[in-house]
Design a protein around this ligand. Structure first.
Ligand code: IPM
Ligand code: MN
Length: 359
């Protein structure tokens, strides 16, 4: 074996069940490291609801500079029942995405064998696609405002902002991903999802940029769906999708739909990616306060986030080991829902770590 490779990972366990699932995720990364000769140093940051309640601070600018030194951040969950909704989401999660220019939100939707799927007559062969959600633009930029506040004539605007380079870099990532998937034996098809019939400016910008870039990728099959229709087809014919590229807000919505058809928040993970900078990997389910501290939450989503992180770092074999072990666990768990797995949180982590080493 060559010399072992070392990775410094920033960890934000965060709120609620975040710390519990991150613990299992780290356990699994360490097991994959043992198997594939990788070592990890985890540097913890305590950002989240508790710290906010204690200090009034969400994410100081100095923390951004600190986090910028890492290639990867492993995030548990952000959200606290005693904190007004929005403060932590905007002050931590969105702030990180924007400050670190994580312009891609990558969300695989893959149904593992053995997992209950709410779609009738659909199985793992039908549900295997990736959503490339644009992650720093659109309705999330905070452009807009309120005037005449409190009066009957109050006006509020929230503007869907995109410029050409934001659209192009997102499309480029999606086309390249479709190309890589094709090389791996997947269909290699890219579907642009938008709403060109109503968003006559922003939709048009995306559509033209997409069509132009398609000329550089003659081997990639391209398609276009309106977002409302895409929601319908994702339920009726998920096998039509391989890679979907979507503006920020539509991507937020359709990836929850994606999460539920792959087995729910117990397994859905995502990566906030800046290809040349600091990326952040997270289970997308949130902090689940009612399950906190009970050792019942499903750690698979956090483990999947860890797998995506290794993949992003170029450790494809180690990522594959995790994938195989997750697939194995999916055949063992009674359900992916918290409290119904037939195993505790730590037992699921142990099962996967064990399978990586001995499986
Ligand atoms: C997500 C979440 C966030 C988003 C919220 C918590 C700000 O829903 O990661 O999908 O809207 O992006
Ligand atoms: Mn969401």
């Amino acid at each position: 074996m060559n010399g072992s490779k070392h990775y410094n990972i920033a960890v934000i366990p965060g709120d609620g069940t975040g710390p519990e699932v991150i613990e299992e995720g780290k356990k699994v990364l360490i097991a994959a490291g043992k198997k594939h000769n990788l070592s990890f140093e985890f540097t913890e940051f305590d950002f989240g609801g508790e710290r906010y309640l204690r200090t009034g601070e969400t994410l100081p600018d100095s923390a951004i500079e600190e986090l910028r030194k890492f290639k990867a951040i492993y995030l548990g969950a952000i959200g606290h029942p005693d904190v007004q909704p929005g403060i932590l989401e905007v002050g931590i999660l969105l702030k990180l995405r924007f400050a670190l220019d994580q312009y891609i939100n990558l969300r695989p939707v893959k149904l593992y064998p053995g997992v209950d799927c709410p779609l009738k007559n659909k199985g793992p062969e039908d549900i295997d696609f990736v959503v490339v959600r644009e992650n720093t633009g659109g309705l999330y930029t905070g452009h807009g405002g309120i005037t005449r506040k409190g009066s009957p004539y109050e006006v509020a605007t929230q503007v869907m902002v995109y410029d050409r380079q934001m659209v192009d870099r997102c499309l480029k990532y999606a086309f390249e991903l479709a190309k890589t998937r094709k090389e791996e034996g997947k269909p290699g098809k890219l579907t642009l999802v938008n709403k060109t019939n109503v968003l006559i400016y922003v939709g048009d910008l995306w559509y033209r940029a997409f069509m132009e870039m398609a000329c550089d990728y003659p081997d990639i099959e391209t398609d276009y769906n309106h977002i409302d229709a895409a929601c319908m087809w994702t339920v009726k014919n998920p096998e039509w999708y391989d890679v979907m590229v979507v503006p920020n807000m539509f991507g937020d919505i359709i990836t929850d739909l994606g999460a539920i058809i792959q087995g729910g928040m117990g397994i859905a993970a995502g990566g906030n990616i800046n290809p040349g900078g600091t990326s952040m990997f997270e289970p997308i389910g949130g902090s689940a306060p009612k399950y906190t501290g009970k050792n019942v939450i499903n750690p698979l989503a956090a483990i999947e986030a860890g797998r995506m992180m290794l993949n992003h770092l170029g450790e494809k074999e180690a990522a594959k080991s995790i994938e195989k072990a997750v697939a194995y666990a999916c055949t063992k768990l009674k359900s992916l829902s918290a409290g119904k797995m037939g195993y505790t949180t730590t037992e699921v982590g142990d099962m996967i770590a064990e399978h990586i080493i001995n499986g």
